[in-house]
Design a protein around this ligand. Structure first.
Ligand code: GLV
Ligand code: MN
Ligand code: MN
Length: 422
């Protein structure tokens, strides 16, 4: 058995168990390309949650699924029912995603709990391990459902939205996945009722691997604005409609898509901008497209910049509309504020990394995380480990086993520090 020691107590995570659990979870929703598809609330997602619930029980945790379909495992602390230390991340994936985004943070947290259980270590505080539901938001309803429910930030009417691929409202899908749509508001935690929230995650970017650094201490998480652009044109015969008489919706969407990178870089307003989803209707080779819909993702550490990006996107939509004789409508779908991590939790991560002899660097997170919502109820910290090739949301997402084990060792050390009241 390979082990990693923390300097704070003679306690080690079981590296083999952690790595083998990651492989077992990877098999649930495995794709032929070597990736994983566990879209939120799908059969695979529920199966993944059941598998992890079993691991939580083996780790000595009391397990339940809350009304927002978050999986919650709890270990009592010495002080009874005080504010818990929460460790978490998510189990759902993007379509054709990797095995580590989210899953690593949850399984490492379960491993930390298992290590405490085996060694008979009792923290002063209760410890909660949480796998938040629908972090990715790739099924037509807003992302980070479970952590937003905990933060009390669900959106009005959200439960009535239809879940892509299931053709049912989110409320029904949630109930089928073990949640309870009638009382999602009960999941809300008051600010201050959680002692601290820690999330371990793969970096999903190139900084740590490029600099040969073991551990990332996240200083803050990029904000995100998602906008839906709908173009209304006029469908007509592709062979008979003169070019001058067309109202081609896809052409407008394409003009806008080509212009989106100009929102970034010199003269731009946001750090990165992406069009990652496009639908065309009626979607036939011999019909001029009558409707098109693209989703635009803007990321920046400044909320003002995100708003400015949306304004520019609207202006670009007008331009694309007048150039093509179509009507372009730009609607904000979701805005997640940029979130700084708590200085105290950052200091904890640095202290543990130093004590373990690991190199560390402070860096921002370009990707979004449940930590953004948990930061509204608790002092929050995030730990990153290197991502090979800086790749994520792809089947070849990979982190070296030694890095996965190091990160779990850091999470264990942070848990021991944060779990004690003095
Ligand atoms: C979360 O996965 C994101 O897209 O940032
Ligand atoms: Mn992701
Ligand atoms: Mn993630």
């Amino acid at each position: 058995m390979t082990t990693t020691t923390t300097p704070l107590l003679p306690t080690r995570v079981d590296a083999d168990r952690l790595l083998s659990n990651l492989e077992r979870l990877r098999a649930i929703g495995a794709t032929p390309e070597g990736g994983v598809t566990r879209r939120a609330f799908s059969r695979e997602d529920v199966k993944g949650q059941e598998f992890v619930a079993g691991l939580m029980r083996e780790a000595g945790l009391d397990v339940r699924v809350d009304a927002a379909a978050n999986l919650v495992g709890t270990r009592q602390g010495r002080g009874g029912t005080g504010a818990p230390l929460v460790l978490g991340s998510h189990l759902d994936t993007v379509p054709g995603g990797g095995a580590y985004d989210g899953a690593y943070g949850v399984l490492a947290a379960v491993e930390v709990a298992h290590t405490l259980h085996e060694s008979g270590t009792v923290l002063d505080r209760p410890l909660c391990v949480m796998a938040f539901s629908n972090e990715e938001g790739t099924t037509g309803t807003p992302a980070m459902f479970g952590s937003r429910a905990v933060a009390g930030c669900l959106e009005p009417g959200e439960l009535d939205l239809v879940v892509t691929g299931q053709d049912r409202a989110l409320a029904q899908v949630l109930d089928a996945a073990g949640g309870d749509s009638r009382c999602v508001d009960d999941v809300r935690r008051a600010p201050g009722s959680v002692a601290a929230y820690l999330e371990l995650h793969i970096e999903q970017g190139p900084v740590l691997i490029g600099s040969g650094t073991d551990i990332g201490i996240v200083e803050g998480i990029s904000g995100r604005l998602t906008a839906e652009v709908t173009v209304q044109g006029q469908a007509n015969h592709a062979g008979t409609t003169p070019m001058a008489d067309r109202h081609d919706a896809l052409l407008a969407a394409a003009r806008l898509t080509v212009a989106v990178p100009s929102l970034t870089g010199p003269g731009g307003v946001v750090r990165v901008a992406t069009v990652g989803d496009c639908q065309v209707s009626p979607g036939a080779w011999n019909v001029v497209p009558g409707r098109a819909r693209v989703i635009v993702d803007l990321r920046d550490m400044s909320e003002d910049n995100l708003r400015a990006g949306l304004d520019r996107l609207r202006a670009m939509g007008q331009e694309a509309g007048s150039a093509t004789g179509t009507t372009v409508d730009v609607t904000e779908v979701q805005r997640v504020s940029p979130t700084p991590c708590d200085p105290g939790r950052r200091a904890t991560v640095r202290r543990v990394a130093d004590a373990l002899g690991l190199s560390s660097v402070t860096l921002p997170s370009g990707a979004g995380h449940d930590a953004q919502w948990m930061a509204r109820v608790a002092p929050t910290g995030m730990i990153f480990v290197p991502s090979e090739d800086g790749a994520s949301h792809v089947p070849y997402e990979h982190t070296a086993p030694a890095d996965l084990v190091r990160g779990a060792g850091v999470l264990l050390g942070c848990t021991l520090l944060e779990g004690m009241t003095t």
